[in-house]
Design a binder for this molecule. Structure first.
Ligand SMILES: C[S@@+](CC[C@H](N)C(=O)[O-])C[C@H]1O[C@@H](n2cnc3c(N)ncnc32)[C@H](O)[C@@H]1O
Length: 192
């Protein structure tokens, strides 16, 4: 299993994934739709996506294992409706079970070791209330010989999420960060 030292990556500013703004597929979605209620952002990093979600009215919990990411998130992207919390997505505190209306996924699922993906799907299931949604930007096509980021496939996503979620929509985003064109897949799931 590849265990990345995320805290060290933030301390060294070795954070090439961070483009300094919210993910374009999220921004584009929010132009036409809204994501309301309690939203969990696992692996929120410096909080750019959390801020975009809070701006349009959601109550956001940004979760990350790396304390330095959260210190920077609080400094760069504070908002009255965001709570930045340090913790492990695979060890959700009991009061968070069935608590969230939405989970927003962007570059956390592809960052963890692929052997942890079943645990990711389980944590997502635990965190969301019945009827709650996942808005996920998945990373499909490999651009590196080794990860992170680790790509996935539609088949793997079906296997992981179908037991507890219905797939409501999927699309290949027209706007992405440069270099991610045709490598991302957005999926909107609903928990049964
Ligand atoms: C590739 S970075 C992406 C950060 C952010 N989503 C972004 O796009 O800028 C992956 C993030 O997931 C966090 N992370 C990794 N494993 C985690 C876990 N088990 N629980 C919570 N956060 C985790 C890392 O600390 C890191 O901030």
């Amino acid at each position: 299993m590849i265990m990345t030292d995320w805290e060290n990556r933030y301390r060294q500013n070795d954070t090439g994934w961070d483009k300094g703004e919210a993910a374009p597929p999220l921004v584009d979605y929010l132009r036409l739709h809204s994501i309301q209620g309690h939203v969990l952002v696992p692996g929120c990093g410096r909080g750019h996506d959390a801020l975009a979600l809070a701006h349009q009215g959601a109550q956001v919990t940004g979760l990350d294992v790396a304390p330095s990411a959260l210190t920077e998130a609080q400094k760069k992207n504070p908002h009255a409706h965001i709570s930045y919390e340090q913790g492990d997505f695979f060890q959700l505190p009991f009061p968070w079970h069935n608590r969230f209306d939405w989970l927003f996924e962007h570059t956390c699922f592809c960052a963890i070791d692929p052997s942890q993906r079943t645990a990711y799907a389980l944590s997502a299931t635990l965190a969301l209330r019945p009827g709650g949604h996942i808005f996920a930007i998945f990373y499909l096509n490999p651009s590196h010989a080794s990860g992170p980021p680790f790509p996935s496939s539609r088949k793997e996503l079906d296997h992981l999420f179908q037991p507890s979620f219905d797939l409501r929509e999927e699309w290949v985003p027209t706007r992405t960060f440069p270099g991610r064109e045709n490598r991302e897949l957005v999926r909107l799931y609903q928990k049964r």
